[in-house]
Design a binder for this molecule. Sequence first.
Ligand SMILES: C[S@@+](CC[C@H](N)C(=O)[O-])C[C@H]1O[C@@H](n2cnc3c(N)ncnc32)[C@H](O)[C@@H]1O
Length: 409
Amino acid sequence: MSERLTITALGHEGDGIAEAATGRVFVPFTLPGETILADVEGERGQLAEIVAPSADRVAPACRHFGTCGGCAVQHMAPEAYHAWKRSLVVDAFAQRGIEAEVDPLVPLAPHTRRRAVFSVLKEGNEVTLGFNRRESHDILAIEECPLLVPGIEKRLPMLAGLALRLAERGKRARMTVTATDTGLDVAFEGGRKLGRSDFESLGHGAEANAIARLTIAGREIFASRLPELRGDKLVLYPAAGGFLQAAAPSEAALIDLVETAVGKSNPVADLFSGIGTFTLRLARRAPVLAVEGDDELLKALDRSMRFSTGIRTITMRKRDLFLNPMAPPELKPFKAVAFDPPRAGAKAQAEMLAKSVVPTIVGVSCNPATLARDARILIDGGYRLTRVTPVDQFLWSSHVEAVAVFQKA
Ligand SMILES: C[S@@+](CC[C@H](N)C(=O)[O-])C[C@H]1O[C@@H](n2cnc3c(N)ncnc32)[C@H](O)[C@@H]1O
């Protein structure tokens, strides 16, 4: 029998939280203030009926909401959604004992995600291209996705057709699609073994379908044009299947925040630089040292350097910053350091930065928990946290980017 519950809060994954007789219950797709009926099993509740909806409840934007594992909170009005996302950052810092003044969230509009990683499964002569179903490893075929830029969304049938040709029956594969200024950059992993005739026909099909580059199992099999992201005399070259900030407006917001914090500092170091998203912009004002662990991304940055204009010297270093972080004597010449690590954060590097004399440090992160941990290390080392800004890059999910600025106290 369903239990009547009142939702009192929203958890970090976007589930409503109720205090039931048996304890805390998490009920997906519910909102604070709502009275609901739910089928409860342990800590999990399944929404059966909304008795009294919240004023913040809105109709979801996508027909797949609820079954697709991608989005958690499409049912929430923008203002409440923005406040909740900001609270994820506030809470992460508070958990490390940091009472930070956190800026309002920089919001993101739908139809802005320019990079998507699709799962693929071929069974018989049919292919499923989509995202994982909610709480499942099964793939949900995606017919629409209001997150995606139209250049990807409207080509979903074409991409499914391509996946059908590349996939091996019964074996799960992965297709990474990036919309660039010169066409789609498609990277396929886990497909069937291809022969010479496959490569030739795939090349023809790719050109006709606005695919700039097709890479299969790390091998570039077709490149009519190099995928490029252009802006303001600068050009970025995404690496096939490699890291790229997922949405251009969020990337612009992150760059602005980093540039503002760095100001006129000279010289600058950009740690975990990737293809140079921040490096290139910072290099318009000062020489930059870019440090990154992945060869392919550094190669892309090297190309950007040669084809961008109006930039100062960029020095590139390949280095594992987890095992071999830059030490205080190496950091000494820099007036500002930006770091943008993967989700695991930059603990070892933060420990070195904490001991350094670098006047300004800017942390960018897609994981507020590790950013807050690294912030604690810097604060304990004598840095003052002067600004924290949450930036939405993964709309309607529980993920949020944040930029934190530190000054040597
Ligand atoms: C969140 S991405 C940021 C990239 C870049 N700042 C951008 O905005 O495009 C993190 C980067 O850290 C790099 N990385 C991951 N582990 C690393 C390590 N141990 N040492 C150096 N770089 C690493 C990845 O290759 C990736 O480029």
